[in-house]
Design a protein around this ligand. Structure first.
Ligand SMILES: [Mg+2]
Length: 412
């Protein structure tokens, strides 16, 4: 009899998703290098690779690489324009499979999701057994492969799914997290961008185990309270974050309480802009958009107001949200009072098709494209890589840092 741990979390990641779907649709592609991205025109295409199949990866072709570079490495590969509608449909099919096992599904993107199957184990077997069933259903019903990480936390499950691709299943048993994490390179730690990695290097941390061996104090001194504490916990495999199912999420917002009440409205606006960016990026990551923008403002003495406006259509970009949030702030504000807290929330959320399709579609809105590019850069190099000086009050320059993230509020 297997003893069941506290939680069973799966991270399911489809293998080379777009390319795999294209291969499925066209058996003549099997065995050939396939690159999904905008078509290279005699090697001068300006787009990027969305997905390369494993045959193409052997030429060193990978996601986000300029298509011209992919062309240089393998001109004989089959280049295919993405068919987002098709991939979205397949994604819904995969989701239907998940839903047979749990309703706690948190999609991360069109081809990736966290599943909490803790309560499903009575019916379907333990976490690894459910993972096997999901993999085999995806194989037989969608003729595709997925890699799954199975663990007691999201952090570990996410790392695990990536370690044995394609068609992998990596199980990390509860209590063996340290064994699993310790030898991994420090770059696998969530939230460790280039800046943080440089600081880890100076602390002589090359692996997650090195970080786990440090006192919490050392990490907090180096990275600040919030980040330091996060690294401390994650490096020791401690991650209690729940899987947040998307269908109950009706709003998404962030707020920030100032360390000291603030009189300077430039500081307030800059903070609100920062929060707006984070909310917008988070919505896009979840493939969601909201129709109502709510501003929350609290002054010294704790008096609080909220002001909201509902737009004609759902939005998920800073460019669309920020002007409204700022206007609501300016209209509600009492300039003689100092500000204690500011926040912004989007509600009336709806799912939208992956913004990635905008990268390739003719006449797509530039707004979404810029936002997508910013997201990609932020993911690769840490947030704050791309600044938006133009949006800031009085042309002030942003001074990004890997400061502690304001906590998320109003999640449900
Ligand atoms: Mg994938």
């Amino acid at each position: 009899m297997v003893t069941l741990g506290k939680r069973a979390i799966l991270h399911v990641d489809m293998d080379a998703f777009y390319a795999a779907v294209e291969e499925r649709e066209n058996p003549a592609l099997r065995g050939k290098p396939v690159v999904v991205g905008s078509e290279p025109k005699e090697g001068r295409g300006r787009g990027v690779v969305a997905t390369a199949n494993y045959a193409a990866r052997r030429y060193g072709i990978g996601s986000a690489m300029p298509i011209s570079e992919a062309w240089r490495r393998c001109p004989s590969a089959v280049y295919i324009r993405p068919r987002m509608r098709l991939y979205a449909e397949v994604s819904r099919g995969v989701r239907d499979i998940f839903e047979r096992f749990t309703d706690l599904i948190e999609p991360i993107s069109i081809d990736e999701a966290f599943l909490d199957v803790t309560a499903s184990r009575r019916l379907y077997g333990d976490g690894p057994e459910i993972a096997k069933r999901i993999k085999s259903a995806i194989r037989s019903e969608e003729r595709l492969t997925a890699s799954i990480g199975c663990a007691a936390s999201k952090f570990i499950a996410k790392i695990a799914s990536d370690l044995d691709k394609p068609d992998g299943l990596v199980v990390v048993e509860e209590g063996r997290e340290a064994e699993f994490l310790d030898p991994l390179p420090i770059g696998r730690l969530w939230g460790a961008g280039p800046k943080a990695l440089e600081r880890f290097r100076r602390l002589r941390c090359a692996t997650i185990g090195d970080a786990a061996s440090l006192e919490r104090d050392v990490l907090v001194r180096t990275f600040g309270e919030s980040m330091g504490d996060r690294f401390h916990r994650l490096s020791r495999g401690l991650d209690e974050r729940p899987v947040v199912p998307d269908h109950v999420r009706k709003s998404l917002g962030k707020e920030s309480t100032f360390g000291e009440d603030v009189a300077d409205r430039k500081v307030v606006e800059r903070t609100l802009l920062d929060l707006t960016e984070k909310v917008a990026a988070s919505l896009r990551r979840k493939h969601m958009a909201g129709v109502t923008i709510t501003l929350k403002l609290r002054w010294e003495g704790f008096e609080t107001v909220t002001r909201r406006r509902t737009l004609k259509e759902p939005v998920n970009t800073t460019e669309r949200i920020w002007p409204v949030a700022r206007e609501l702030l300016r209209a509600a504000d009492r300039p003689r009072l100092k500000v204690r807290l500011v926040g912004v929330t989007l509600s009336g959320l709806d799912r939208v098709e992956s913004g990635q399709s905008d990268l390739f579609r003719e006449g797509s809105n530039v707004d979404g494209r810029v936002a997508e590019a910013v997201d990609t850069l932020a993911e690769r190099f840490g947030s704050g890589t791309v600044t938006r000086a133009a949006l800031l009050p009085d042309g002030e320059k942003d001074a990004p840092d890997d400061d502690p993230e304001p906590h998320e509020s109003g999640g449900n």
